[in-house]
Structure formats: C-alpha cells, structure tokens
Write a new protein. Structure first.
Length: 180
C-alpha cells in the first residue's frame, strides 16, 4: 500500500509522483539547515526543444522561481520550479512543469562569476492535439553553465533531458536569473 501511495500522482505538482516530489522537498529542507542563507529569485529563458521534443514543438518561453542556498568555497544548491510554454508545431501544443534541485559550483569560490550546475528534475509534460490530451512525466537530468554578474543578476545555459514515454524530451534553456 505504501509503495502504491508513493507512486501516486502528487496534487502539489500535477503530473509529479509523490516519491520524486518528496525527495526534492527533503533535499531542499536538509540543505537549508546547513546553508548560510536562503535567497529567492525568478528566472526566464528561451527554451529550444531538441531530440524527440524538437519534432513536435517549437521554441518557447520558460518562466520560474528558485531558492538558492550558498555554502563555503563556491558550493551551492538551487531548487527551482519552471513552467515552459513551447511554440505550437503543426497544431501540437506542449507545456512542461518541472521541479528540480541543482548542485552549483562557482569557480571563484564565492557566489559570483562562472559556475557549472548538475541536477535532477521531475519533468511533467502536457501535450494536446486536435482534442486529444496527454500528461507524461519522467526523471530529468540537468547540466549547465552560468555566470553571476553580481549578487542579483546572472546568465545561464541549461540542458535538460528526460525519457518520456519511450521518447527523449530535451531542451536547451538560455536565460536570465534574478535573485532578490
């Protein structure tokens, strides 16, 4: 019974299963207990679909929010929620909601300048076409590079890929972050 509950859909994030959402929330809570401070922010990006996703969707817009926990020596964690609205392609509409946790490492050993990121995400895709609608989710892998111009403003290029219903849904996200 417990195993079937853990695989059930999560009402907090539609399309996500409880197990993945709980893992991300537990990670974010554990990190917050040992971090120097938590800072919140927003981000926006141009989302360029690749792989099988590129066959059914055009470039779109990604909007989201994040929480950053900064540690000593350039290490950090960024938890984020992203909503992506891909451009319509041949009547197919694709949207995505993702919940993610990314490890970040700043080469200058402080939270400025060039950094790399790697993380995991729960990717939830909604596809609709001519009255037909389908929701699919899968575990995503996130890799990227960014540059924090100052304490608030940054640039980021992130590649996310996930296996969704025997297909590879991937996107290159080129964006801007703003941390309060």
């Amino acid at each position: 019974m417990l195993l079937s509950l853990m695989a059930a859909p999560c009402s907090l994030f539609p399309g996500a299963n409880v197990k993945t959402t709980l893992a991300i929330l537990i990670l974010a809570t554990a990190v917050s207990l040992s971090a120097q401070e938590v800072r919140f922010g927003v981000q926006g990006a141009l989302a360029i679909p690749t792989g099988d996703l590129g066959d059914i969707a055009d470039a779109g817009l990604q909007l989201g929010g994040h929480a950053k926990w900064d540690f000593n020596q350039g290490h950090g964690i960024m938890a984020r929620v992203d909503a992506t609205f891909f451009g319509q392609n041949d009547g197919v509409n694709v949207t995505n909601l993702a919940v993610a946790a990314d490890y970040t490492y700043h080469f200058q050993r402080r939270q400025r300048g060039l950094y790399v990121l790697a993380g995991l995400s729960d990717q939830n895709y909604h596809t609709s076409y001519d009255g037909y609608s389908q929701n699919n989710n899968g575990l995503g892998i996130d890799l990227g590079v960014g540059y924090d111009l100052d304490r608030h403003l940054g640039l980021q290029a992130r590649y996310t890929t996930a296996d969704i219903s025997s297909a590879t849904y991937a996107a290159l996200n080129l964006g801007v972050t703003y941390t309060f």
